[in-house]
Design a protein around this ligand. Structure first.
Ligand SMILES: [Zn+2]
Length: 301
């Protein structure tokens, strides 16, 4: 997400939310270099949201090895009910360990001693916060403010809201409802709904209802239930008074016969299938079925 004016091509503040595979490739298609990012924010420690950061951090270190550091923001260490610990902090600290072990970091440092000896992790300014059910400001720069709220999907998951003079954007991540299985009122997160009240845009991962356990896909029920369905997101966007709902992280992808090992009942989905699902939830305003590099500008014009 970029904020600014025509003079700086909306480049006063550039923020990245999550870093799945291919993040640096997509950034380069937008003309943004890793060194130009002011902050990166993680919703949760699932690899489809994190693994692109190793590439991003390495590239930043390779070209700008003396800094400045990149603010990297995520929730603080948390012990799950099953006893394991989820740690954004350790993920960041060890982001280039494989490249340290291979000898690459030492080799590249020896070529250019401006690059810190400790490698990419040296250039990460880790900022963690205790995730709560109430929104809290976790990062700011000038008149851009980022808030976070705890949401359910996996332990430590959080959702973000960016407030700027141009408008507000909520990034739900993979948030789902705190009640993990039916019976429940909805699949969406009540905390995200609170965070999204009055926001201009909600960007949110989604799953199409067709993948539900009662529809024959065979998908693990836990994997289905921990996401927000497109219909429930439509209903949430309407209640929150959002102007635009952008669906991302589509499960299943448009045109796909399968979602991993699971068949898409009735055959591949089209963009209209997602749009219809959102409209069934009652939101008929501005719906964007997200594709890579889909963009939207605030204030809308
Ligand atoms: Zn996830």
């Amino acid at each position: 997400m970029c904020y600014g004016d025509g003079g700086n091509k909306c480049g006063a503040v550039r923020l990245q939310f999550d870093a799945g595979r291919g993040t640096t490739i997509r950034l380069s298609q937008l003309g943004v270099e890793p060194a130009q990012l002011n902050g990166i924010f993680f919703t949760h420690m699932h690899n489809d949201h994190t693994e692109g950061f190793a590439d991003l951090a390495q590239l930043r270190w390779f070209y700008n090895g003396a800094g400045p550091k990149l603010d990297a923001v995520g929730s603080s260490d948390i012990v799950s009910p099953r006893g394991f610990t989820v740690s954004c902090r350790k993920f960041l600290m060890h982001i280039a360990d494989a490249f340290i072990q291979s000898g690459e970091i030492a080799q590249r440092h020896s070529e250019d001693e401006n690059r810190t000896a400790g490698g990419p992790a040296d250039l990460v300014n880790t900022i963690t916060f205790e995730a709560k059910d109430e929104s809290q400001v976790v990062w700011s720069s000038g008149n851009v403010r980022v808030s976070a709220i705890q949401s359910t999907h996996m332990v430590g998951h959080v959702s973000y809201r960016v407030d700027t003079p141009a408008g507000s954007v909520v990034i739900g991540g993979d948030a789902g409802n705190d009640v993990l299985t039916p019976p429940r009122a909805r699949s969406t997160s009540d905390q995200v709904e609170k965070l999204a009240t009055g926001a201009d845009i909600i960007v949110h991962s989604t799953i199409h209802p067709i993948m539900g356990p009662d529809r024959g896909s065979g998908m693990f029920p836990y994997a289905f239930y921990r996401q927000s369905t497109a219909s429930d997101l439509g209903a949430m966007a309407k209640r929150a008074g959002a102007r635009c709902l952008m669906l991302t992280h589509l499960i299943p992808a448009i045109g796909a016969e399968r979602q991993g090992p699971w068949r898409v009942p009735g055959g591949p989905l089209r963009e209209a299938d997602y749009r219809n699902a959102v409209e069934e939830g009652g939101f008929t305003d501005n719906i964007i079925v997200g594709t890579d590099l889909a963009s939207i500008r605030l204030p809308g014009e």
